[in-house]
Each structure stands twice: as C-alpha cells, then as structure tokens.
Design a protein around this ligand. Structure first.
Ligand SMILES: NC(=O)c1ccc[n+]([C@@H]2O[C@H](COP(=O)([O-])OP(=O)(O)OC[C@H]3O[C@@H](n4cnc5c(N)ncnc54)[C@H](O)[C@@H]3O)[C@@H](O)[C@H]2O)c1
Length: 424
C-alpha cells in the first residue's frame, strides 16, 4: 500500500522499515570513516540549523550519510536521484525510524520522480546535495525565489559536475557548489572499484550470465570504464573498449584491451556496458548490427546513453523474461535484451556500490557540506573542488581503518625532494 504523508515523505511500504533499519546498520559496519565524522559532527554541530535538500540514490549507504548530516545538526529531506535505484525498505526506515522525510519509490514513473523532487524543494533548502544536478536545475529553472536563502550545494557524480561546469560557463550557476566527485578519494575508488564491481553484480543478478568466454564491450574508458573493463577481464571475458578520447583509447590498448569503433564492436559483442556520461552512444544502427541474444545495459548516469527510442522503432515485439530484462525482438529477426530500461544497472538490479567504497565518497560529502556551511560567505558562484585537506584526511582515516601503515619521509628525504641542486 502506498502512503503519502507530507511530514514523513512518500514511501512504498512502511512495514518494511525494520528490515531497512537492519540493512542500514549492516552497511554502517563497513563505513568506519563516515562513523568517525558522524561522531565529530555530533559534538561540533557544524550543520546546526542548515536545511539540506538531498537528491541521492536511496540506498543503505546514503542512509548512513544523511544520518551523519543529521548528527551534525542538519534538517535533511531526501528524494531519489533515479527512478529505479531506491531501496524501498531503506526509504521506509529513514522515514519511520530516523525522522528523515524520504520521497522515493522504486520504479516510480517520471511524474512521481519529479513530484518527489518538488517535495524536497518545497522545504526551502539552504543547501543542495545532488547526484546528477537535478535539484540545482529544478531550483534554478522553477524556484528562483529560493536562491536568496541558499548557501550552496554538493554534487556527487561526474555527469552532475559536467552540468554544473556548463552552468558556470554560461554564467548561470546560482550558488557555490563543491564537486565531490572530483575528490581523489571519491572517483579513484567509487567510480573505478565501486562501479567496476557493482555493475557486474547488477548484470549477474538480472541475467545470471557467465562472463567467461563471452565478449564484453565497454563503452567509455574513464574512471568507471577502467573499473568495469578490468573486473570483467578478471572474470574471463574478452573485452573490447570503445572511446572517443585518443589518450583513453591508447591507455585501454596498452592495458591489454581490444579497442575499436562502436560500429565494429556492435557486431562482435555478447554483452554491452555503457559508462560514458554521453548521449546515444549505442544508437539504432548498433542495435541492428548486434548478434541475436545480445545483452545491453548502462551504468552511466542517464539512460539516454542508449537510444531506446530507435530500438523501439526497430522492435516488433517485447517480452520480459526476467525482472529487469526487456527482450526486444527486432524486425531483422534478432533479439536484443536491454537491462533495467537502460537505467544504472548497478543500482537498479543490484544494491549499488558496496558500503566500504561509499564510506570514502560520503565522508567527502559530509565534510564538504560542513565546509560549505562554515565557509559559504567567502565562496563565489563557482564549482569548487573538495579542499585538499579533506581528501587527505579521508585517505588517512580509511588507511587507519584498514590497519594499513605507511612510511613518513625522513628530514633528509624532505630536503632532497624540495631541492633542485642535487645531481648525479
Ligand atoms: N553506476 C554508478 O554507480 C556510477 C558511479 C559513478 C559515476 N557514474 C556515471 O558514469 C558515467 C561515467 O563516469 P566517469 O567518472 O567514468 O567519467 P569519465 O569522464 O572519467 O569517463 C567517461 C569516458 O567516456 C568517454 N566517452 C564519451 N563519449 C563516448 C562515446 N560516444 N563513446 C565512447 N566513449 C565515450 C570519454 O572520453 C571518457 O573517457 C557518468 O555518467 C557518471 O555520472 C555512475
């Protein structure tokens, strides 16, 4: 049964709240860095009185982030950053047990998705926390009057950061935004190892396919693509990479992958994974060229990496043999199986990134929010990197939590590294 309560948000089934709480607590055991920040926040209250509107994937890891923000004194209202990524039990637990009004239902249609964003905007947030820039663009385009009370925002993902830079370039960025994605302790680990593992998890849960012996086409060899390609190779697949950037293509080739244009790869692949953040990377003619039975999915931010309208035009009939699988029988007699309607496969058919890696991403988010609350008066309407001291602290805390010690340079080494006069 679907309940709607303005105070508590809009979730699918509140009876799932206990199950959701148990999963949130399980994830917390893998998030020691965030736990330390939460403890510090509880003492120092750096977010006291700050209303945060958060548009994030509603997962166990996000739940732990919003609880850390709440411990820091923030009032947080949450909606989903993707219609298929919500964990309904987590949404129920946040609303019922943790006083975080949550507006998110897995599988919500587009109208409900945007209604939920509007519900968060209606709380008049001082700060946005986005994964894909939807809150910032909604506030900018439709609720300009809120801007005078706003202090800034934080952005979680590559695609969101690209959009914010585009707004900044056009002189339209409404407030300072911290690009959390650009922290090294975020994208080097979350995008690479998180997406690498969880994308495979999503594909396997949706299809139960064996990677060994199959040819997998990975479109895009950025941080996510590197992770996906290396993990898929480890499972025994032959991996083809497609790219538009010569340096990334060269890197992929030297890392041992086959590199070719998508028009050629389309004919060779058994499984296709897009992770580019770009538009219509797999187009109608590529679907048409695929082998019978090809599996196609996307792990980039938006589902328009796949031209699903073009595929629709080529399709004569569509069936759903398993959850998250649409089998499109095309006019040419071949069937192409598209997973999770082209939405982020790792968050739709699996649980997204494991908490150990989100520990670092969300430690950055929490500290960036604290930094913004303390320093917004000195910031301009620009996209800012996460301050280096935050990145370094996250790395140190994570190493300590992993019980890994490293060396400290000797005074001679410090001097040597700083000098220009030492020769052979
Ligand atoms: N699934 C997840 O949980 C998850 C996690 C992090 C990021 N993301 C999303 O994944 C996408 C990629 O993120 P990233 O950090 O790897 O970005 P990135 O910028 O590091 O890499 C993207 C790569 O795609 C390449 N590319 C662009 N257009 C292409 C095309 N037409 N064909 C082939 N390659 C093309 C670019 O040259 C670049 O090398 C973004 O949309 C990001 O928001 C998803």
């Amino acid at each position: 049964m679907q309940l709607i309560d303005k105070q508590l948000g809009d979730v699918k089934d509140r009876s799932l709240a206990d199950q959701g709480r148990s999963k949130i607590e399980w994830a917390a055991t893998f998030m020691p860095v965030l736990a330390q920040i939460k403890e510090r926040f509880a003492k120092e209250k750096p977010l006291a009185g700050v209303r945060i509107g958060a548009c994030l994937h509603v997962t166990t890891e996000t739940a732990n982030l919003v609880l850390a923000l709440q411990a820091g004194g923030a009032e947080v209202e949450l909606c989903a950053s993707n219609p298929l990524s919500t964990q309904d039990d987590v949404a129920a637990a946040l609303s019922e047990h943790f006083a975080i009004p949550t507006h998110a239902i897995k599988g919500e249609d587009n109208a409900t998705y945007y209604k939920h964003i509007e519900s968060v905007v209606a709380t008049k947030p001082h700060m946005t926390m986005d994964d894909g820039c939807d809150l910032v663009t909604t506030i900018y385009t439709k609720h300009n009057h809120l801007l005078k009370e706003m202090i800034g925002g934080c952005e979680e993902t590559t695609t969101g950061v690209i959009r914010l830079h585009a707004m900044e370039k056009d002189g339209l960025l409404p407030f300072p935004v911290i690009a959390v994605n650009d922290a090294l302790t975020k994208h080097m680990f979350d995008n690479r190892y998180g997406t690498g593992q969880s994308t495979i998890d999503g594909i396997v849960r949706a299809t139960n396919v064996l990677f060994a012996g199959h040819t997998v086409v990975v479109c895009g060899y950025g941080w996510c693509g590197r992770g996906v390609a290396s993990r898929v190779k480890g499972l025994g697949a032959t991996v083809i990479v497609t790219e538009i950037d010569p340096l990334k293509a060269l890197e992929a080739a030297m890392d041992g992958f086959l590199v070719m244009p998508i028009a050629e790869a389309a004919k060779a692949g058994d499984i296709f994974i897009t992770v580019t953040g770009n538009y219509h990377v797999i187009a109608g003619e590529h679907f048409e060229a695929m082998k019978d039975g090809a599996i196609v999915c996307n792990s980039g931010h938006f589902n328009d990496e796949l031209d699903l309208d073009a595929l629709g035009e080529l399709t004569v009939s569509k069936t759903q043999p398993r959850a998250f699988v649409d089998a499109h029988k095309m006019k040419n007699g071949n069937t192409v199986r598209v997973l999770a309607e082209g939405r982020l496969i790792n968050l739709s058919a699996a649980e997204g990134h494991p908490p150990s890696v989100m520990d670092m991403s969300f430690a950055n988010q929490a500290m960036a929010a604290g930094y913004l609350a303390q320093n917004y008066k000195t910031l301009e309407k620009k996209v800012y990197p996460v301050p280096a001291f935050i990145d370094e602290e996250v790395a140190k805390l994570k190493l300590a939590a992993m019980r890994i010690a490293i060396d400290t340079p000797t005074p001679e080494q410090v001097k040597y590294m700083a000098s220009w006069s030492e020769g052979t």
